[in-house]
Design a protein around this ligand. Sequence first.
Ligand SMILES: [Zn+2]
Ligand SMILES: [Zn+2]
Ligand SMILES: [Zn+2]
Length: 456
Amino acid sequence: MDILDDIDPIEEFEEYCNQARYDLVVLQDEAKDRKLVTLEEIESGSEIVYDYPLYEVSGSCNDALFAKILEIVGGEGEADKATMYWGAFHCLVQEQFTDGKRPPCNCGLGASHQLQEQIQILHPETCDREITQKVAELLNIDLEVIDFYHELFGAWVGNAFDSSGPDEEYCGAIYFLPSMINHSCRPNCCWSLSEDNSFILRARREINDFEELTISYLPEKIIKRCTEERQNFLYDTKGFTCYCDRCEEPDCVRTIRCNACDDFLKPVSQDLWQCQCGNEWTEDEIEKKEIFVQEEDATSIEEMLGPLHYLTEESWTEKNVTNLQKRLYFLKTHQLYNSGEVAEVLEALGDLQVDATKEWYNPENAAQCFDEAAELSGHLFGTDSEVHQVNRRKMKLALKDHADNQKQKELKPLNLELPMNGRDEDGKKREHSTKKFRKRQDDQKKNMKEKFAAGS
Ligand SMILES: [Zn+2]
Ligand SMILES: [Zn+2]
Ligand SMILES: [Zn+2]
């Protein structure tokens, strides 16, 4: 399999690909679709790309100019769009404003022609030009530059990553190489941002040579949903229809309890569900049942759809041990296990079990959960990531808690001489072992007597 024969690598990316830790190449087919491909095998958990932002902006409503853009694009709900216009504005150079007058902003940062060229190479999203016209007027952009400004805006929309921290309001950053990474609903890579907003790409699983590198463009809540909902979301927010492996397969996040036996009907093709008993349902029937469950009878949702249906998974809202364990099972079964969400669920499961006031208190199990969460987050986000280190710390505390409990248990038998009023589990055990001990002593005495008698 040599894909390099059919598709040309794009030269502009060569330099960037050389900076990566693996031998990567950006390919472009006739439809101008680009993809990032690895030429060598990549081990699971490896860091593949570490890339500084080409440009990053932070828009705050304290900045009068940003506030005005936000107003033009439609207020708070359209903050993302305003941030993209804000980013494109910062990529313009002095002479592209009418009479060379760039309206002042708080950061005062500018751009270079080289940066503009790099951003132009990125795939632009087609956007509504009318609003651009209004924003351009506000920003005093030269009439002849408006089309170019719209192009830059499109590149931001198509390629920017949301880098908003908890404090700053609206931040976006645009990267060169990461802009070439396509979406998959079952991605082989995951990305995170470092403290300095650098883009870090890691392998979620082992990746073969000549395999395309993919990430998910979906929020974690959506990636768990059915194919139709994932595709609609991607179309609405990113303007494309996904045809990844997972989208082409039978939709396994939709199962229904069989009406002929106790098992569940599972999809065997795009429009046929089957049970091991031979029962069959069509897509239409399944859809009707799902609508019925959502509208009529949400309480027995798990009973009707089973623990592997995405609607059931969404019904486990209460954070208790049972629900969290069911959630892990759902994610594991649907090959969504190597994700940040799993680390979160494991951590929550650990947190519950270190609470000594609750009936599910079990620091030993908690330590295991934290350990697994630390392992997974180290794999996905690196061992220097906050989430990895927090879980390592929590694991140590839980282990100490467990060890202290063990020590107390070991201390108890020393009190054997004291009168035992306790009728707890341990008390019974001790009483029992004391009896055993006495019996052994009695037996020994008996044996000695017998020996003595026999020898004499
Ligand atoms: Zn600024
Ligand atoms: Zn897909
Ligand atoms: Zn059946």
